[in-house]
Design a binder for this molecule. Structure first.
Ligand code: SF4
Ligand code: SF4
Length: 225
C-alpha cells in the first residue's frame, strides 16, 4: 500500500486560511490501511480545525466525506453536488488523490492533508516497511525477490559496493546490505551464476511513469486550466 502520514494541523490551517466553507475529503483505501485515513480521520481533522477556529473566535463550515478511493474517477465524481459552495478541499489521501482532485476541480483550492511516504508492507499494525519505488521495470526476478532500488541507499544494480561489512551497509548503522542478502539467497538456491549474466541497461525513464501530460489529456482537462 501507499504509506502516508497526516500533516501537522498548523500546516493545514495555513492552507485554508480565509475560507469559511471547506470539505475534508477522506480515502478509505491506503490511508485506512495506514490507520491514518477513513471516516474517523476525516471526523478528527474536522473537529481539530473547528476547535482551533473556535479558539481564534472564527467560524467555519466543514463538510465531511469519505470515498472508497480518491485515485479513481468513478468515485471522485460523486462529490460534484457536494462541492457547490466549497472554497477549499483538504484531502486525506496520498499524492495521487490530491493531484486527481486538483485536476478535476481546478476552480477550487485543493490541499494535501497527508504526506506521501512510500510503497510499503505492513509488518504489524501501524508499522510499515518500504518495499518498492514503483520503478516501472521490476528486476526482482533477477535478485531473488529483493529490491535493490528500494533497499540499497546507492540504488546499486551490481552490488555489493565496497562499503558492505559483514553483511551490513556502510550508509546506515544496522542496515542489512541488500546485495549481501541477494547473493546469500541466490547461493542457497544454487543460482548464483545467474548474476554473471549481462542485463539490458535499466530504463530509468519508467521510474517517472507516463507523465503529467498523458494524465491531463486522459482527464480531458488539458485546455481548461
Ligand atoms: S525493482 Fe522496481 S518495481 Fe520491482 S520492487 Fe524494486 S522498485 Fe518496485
Ligand atoms: S553496502 Fe550494500 S546496501 Fe549499502 S550501499 Fe553498498 S551495496 Fe548498497
Amino acid at each position: 500500500m501507499i504509506v502516508i502520514k497526516r500533516k501537522p494541523l498548523e500546516e493545514i490551517l495555513n492552507y485554508i486560511e480565509g475560507h469559511n466553507k471547506i470539505l475534508v475529503l477522506g480515502c478509505q483505501e491506503c490511508p485506512y490501511g495506514c490507520a491514518t485515513g477513513g471516516e474517523e480521520a476525516v471526523k478528527k481533522l474536522a473537529e481539530e480545525i473547528k476547535n482551533k477556529m473556535k479558539d481564534l473566535g472564527e467560524s467555519i463550515e466543514i463538510l465531511e466525506k469519505t470515498l472508497i478511493r480518491l485515485c479513481e474517477l468513478r468515485y471522485v465524481k460523486s462529490i460534484n453536488d457536494l462541492i457547490k459552495d466549497v472554497k477549499a478541499i483538504v484531502t486525506l489521501s496520498c499524492g495521487v488523490g490530491v493531484n486527481l482532485i486538483a485536476d478535476i476541480y481546478f476552480e477550487i483550492e485543493v490541499y494535501p492533508g497527508m504526506n506521501t511516504l512510500f510503497l510499503g508492507a505492513e509488518l504489524r499494525e501501524g508499522i510499515f516497511i518500504e518495499k518498492c519505488r514503483a520503478c516501472g521495470d521490476c528486476i526482482v526476478g533477477y535478485t531473488a525477490g529483493l529490491c535493490p532500488i528500494t533497499r540499497c541507499p546507492k540504488n546499486m544494480l551490481n552490488g555489493p559496493c565496497g562499503g558492505c561489512k559483514n553483511g551490513v551497509c556502510e550508509v546506515r548503522k544496522g542496515l542489512p546490505c541488500v546485495w549481501y542478502q541477494i547473493i546469500k539467497r541466490l547461493k542457497k538456491r544454487g543460482k548464483l551464476e545467474k548474476l554473471m549474466e549481462i542485463w539490458e541497461a535499466k530504463d530509468w525513464r519508467s521510474l517517472y511513469g507516463k507523465g503529467i501530460r498523458e494524465l491531463r489529456e486522459e482527464l480531458g482537462v488539458e485546455n481548461k486550466n
